[in-house]
Design a protein around this ligand. Structure first.
Ligand code: KIV
Length: 276
């Protein structure tokens, strides 16, 4: 018979909402990254990426569309299932594509598909306070939600361009109010895209839920980038808030490790990747 020590179950390293909340409380930054297939998911997991988002950015970086709008629910379910097979310990987040949560029934049915068929552990939806009811409907079913605020690529045609959000005082206040409303409705995480660093810091301090930033400064609880941007392989111009971690690295695993290390140490994003 072995000792009680040897019989003890191995300590799980799986990332959960609880472990991310603890990271926030302990002010330990965490790294998130997008992935669209099992091989990259496995490499990210091995590098210490804690949250892997199967984003609808796949429409632009994988499918070659000019926006994320053509991405379908079937596309997201398929790619989420690939990622979930490779992800190991990382928390898998599946994106709700354009119009997939237009009604509460759509939201419930499609979020369930991402979880049951895709293996997602949390779903992400782009929204403002107007989506609070949707978040509440999902939360009521036990579906974890990450609310994506600020620049919302699915609303690009309404906004007219991909631009920084929350610069004027009224817009900043509206964003703070939206973040609060979505968290009160049951959002377990917030994601802020392209908002001034000072505003992102305020929202992060105000929120109990972990806040992930992209183009939102260094003071969010976690950071996320689009994988192809941080490997420098996105066709065309790389967004200014991103950084090519493959340049100068020994290979893709080293680039992923450098990204995780830079996020955890707070050396990425620098002021040159942030907006004031
Ligand atoms: O779809 C996506 O990859 C995203 C990230 C930009 C956060 O939403």
């Amino acid at each position: 018979m072995g000792t009680s020590e040897s019989n003890a179950p191995a300590k799980s390293r799986r990332v959960t909402l609880a472990s991310l909340r603890k990271a926030k409380q302990e002010r330990r930054r965490f790294a998130a990254l997008t992935a669209y297939d099992a091989s990259f998911a496995a490499l990210e997991d091995a590098a210490g990426v804690e949250v892997i988002l199967v984003g609808d950015s796949l429409g632009m970086v994988v499918q070659g569309h000019r926006s994320t709008i053509p991405v379908t629910m079937d596309d997201l379910v398929y790619h989420t299932a690939l990622v979930a097979r490779g992800a190991g310990n990382a928390l898998v987040m599946g994106d709700m594509p354009f119009m997939s949560f237009a009604t509460l029934d759509d939201a419930r049915r499609n979020a369930a598909r991402l979880m049951q068929e895709g293996g997602a552990e949390i779903v992400k939806l782009e929204g403002t306070g107007a989506q609070a009811e949707t978040v509440a409907a999902l939360a009521a079913q036990g579906i974890p939600v990450c609310a994506h605020l600020g620049l919302r690529p699915q609303a690009v045609h309404k906004a007219g361009a991909y631009k920084i959000q929350g610069r004027e005082p009224e817009a900043a206040q509206a964003l703070m109010d939206d973040a609060k409303a979505l968290e009160e409705a049951g959002a377990d995480m917030l994601l802020l895209e392209c908002v001034p660093a000072k505003l992102a810091k305020k929202i992060t301090e105000q929120a109990r839920a972990p806040v992930i930033g992209i183009g939102a400064g260094v003071d969010c609880d976690g950071q996320i980038l689009v994988l192809y941007d941080m490997l420098g392989i996105t066709p065309g111009r790389r967004p200014s808030f991103s950084k090519d971690f493959l340049a100068g690295a020994a290979g893709i695993p080293a680039a992923l490790e450098a990204y995780v290390e830079a996020v955890k140490s707070g050396s990425f994003p620098g002021p040159e990747h942030s907006f004031e």
